[in-house]
Design a protein around this ligand. Structure first.
Ligand code: NCD
Ligand code: ZN
Length: 342
């Protein structure tokens, strides 16, 4: 009998994750902690995480929710132009990055940045550069929804040239324009989600509206997906996997006024494995995309964890503690066989 195909991933990392708070945190934290070694935790709570006390307390709540799992939450703060050197020095040992949201662009981002005036941002961003704190950016303008990310590329370029020593991570990129920007500036990096490697706007709104595929930034055109796939599959050294898994309660998704966010953490590694296989790309590249590049870019050493996937049909549950995942009730080609620690 032919043996079942297996794929082994070491220390998978999710470099963009929403773990939420309270009951939702308790309900979904294990979906990440069981299969990933570590993740960059987004700070867009209500109110946003923006003080040392808040980030320390949030980390404790995450550690409580993940119980005994070996999983490191890499904490972030919600960027404010008022952050100064003294404050950043006091908080730097508690965080891995700072996340910048343009004001009002996505879930809980009302207190974000408007205008992107370099001089206004200079004190905070040059202090971050000096202290080696990377800046993660949600790169969308408030223009026409399909153009928002491409329009933001000029802001990325302005920031990248004004602060050459600052590591800037273009979060959850969805366009060929963002992919092209990667090679123009040494200090620009990117995360890519699994859903943006799979879907286009057609999957969201081309037929019956699919609320569980609705997210910010919205999925774009086939040529954009191709550009993302190219750099992900070659494990371009400046791109990392970041799920942007963003759970919302079922009633907030299946409603008039659907919340933005796709919940992928429990199926991300299975889907990534299938994508690399379908494209005939060596799983060594997947290992680099899902862990190696992030370790190099962020200079982190995650806890040891080995995830063994096997090629056996996996029916995605209809929900995880009430949260509907992407591809609910559909069958994936790979399932997680076991996870080993140490
Ligand atoms: C995220 C959320 O729900 O917090 N939503 C999303 O559509 N991705 C916020 C974000 O990352 O934009
Ligand atoms: Zn996000």
């Amino acid at each position: 009998m032919p043996s079942t195909k297996q794929v082994v991933l070491n220390a998978p990392l999710d470099m963009h994750l929403h773990l939420r708070d309270g009951e939702m945190l308790e309900n979904i934290a294990l979906c990440s902690a069981q299969t990933f070694s570590a993740a960059i935790i987004m700070p867009n709570l209500v109110p946003p995480v923006s003080t040392k006390e808040e980030v320390v307390a949030y980390k404790k709540r995450i550690e409580h929710a993940i119980a005994d799992e070996k999983f490191t939450p890499y904490m972030t703060l919600f960027f404010k132009p008022s952050y100064d050197k003294v404050f950043l020095e006091s908080v730097k040992d508690h965080i891995t990055a700072i996340k910048l949201y343009p004001a009002g662009i996505t879930t809980n981002s009302e207190g974000g940045v408007s205008g992107f005036d370099v001089e206004e941002l200079r004190p905070a961003l040059s202090a971050m550069a000096a202290l080696g704190i990377p800046l993660c950016v949600h790169g969308e303008t408030n223009g026409f929804v399909m153009d928002r990310e491409a329009e933001f590329v000029s802001i990325y370029e302005k920031l990248a040239s004004a602060f050459p020593d600052l590591k800037i991570i273009m979060e959850h990129i969805t366009t060929k324009e963002s992919v092209a920007a990667l090679d123009k500036f040494e200090n620009l990096y990117a995360t890519i989600t699994v859903h943006h490697l799979l879907i286009t706007l057609d999957d969201v709104a081309g037929g019956m509206l699919q609320p569980h595929l609705f997210c910010k930034p919205i999925a774009k055109r086939p040529e954009d997906r191709e550009a993302l796939l190219k750099v992900a599959l070659e494990a371009h050294p400046k791109v990392m996997f970041g799920s942007d898994s963003a759970p919302h309660p079922k009633h907030a998704k299946e409603s008039c006024g659907c919340a933005a966010g796709v919940f992928t953490s429990p199926i991300a590694l299975q889907l990534l494995t299938e994508i690399f296989e379908k494209n005939n790309v060596s799983f060594d590249k997947l290992q680099v995309f899902v862990s190696g590049n992030a370790q190099n870019i962020y200079g982190v050493t995650p806890p040891a964890k080995t995830v063994v996937l096997e090629k056996k049909p996996f029916k995605v549950p209809s929900n995880y503690n009430g949260v509907v995942p992407m591809y609910a009730n559909e069958t994936l080609a790979y399932r997680i066989k076991e996870v080993n620690h140490g």
